[in-house]
Write a protein that binds this ligand. Structure first.
Ligand SMILES: [Zn+2]
Length: 117
């Protein structure tokens, strides 16, 4: 589906909405859409209630989430982490980002549940 950065309305639908309008709808100029796009790109944005939110900072070298963590993602070097970070925030859309993350996840097979200790 063709859509502009923050809105899920097709170009033909938008053209239809703007047909014979003196002042055409431009969703990209909507405050909320602009803020949403900035947020999804990991940049600083102002929320609806006027709160300023900082942008995301790229990951730093040698920073581990915990001493006991043995996930391979923790051992990546800074460059790899930064490239993943950039790749994620370049998507710029929460739907695409979530789809991307979901594709990388796997489900654990859950064992038998017992109530006793
Ligand atoms: Zn970790």
């Amino acid at each position: 589906m063709e859509h502009s950065q923050g809105t899920f309305v097709s170009n033909s639908r938008l053209a239809n909405m703007n047909y014979q309008r003196k002042r055409p709808v431009n969703m990209d100029n909507w405050k909320d859409v602009k803020a949403k796009t900035l947020k999804n790109r990991g940049m600083a944005y102002e929320s609806r209630d006027g709160m300023l939110n900082e942008g995301k900072r790229p990951p730093q070298a040698g920073k581990k989430c915990g001493a006991r963590c043995d996930f391979e993602g923790c051992d990546l070097d800074e460059q790899a982490k930064v490239s993943i970070f950039n790749q994620y925030y370049e998507m710029g859309s929460i739907e695409i980002q979530h789809t991307h993350l979901a594709a990388l996840m796997s489900r654990f097979q859950r064992g038998r549940t017992t109530r006793s200790k």
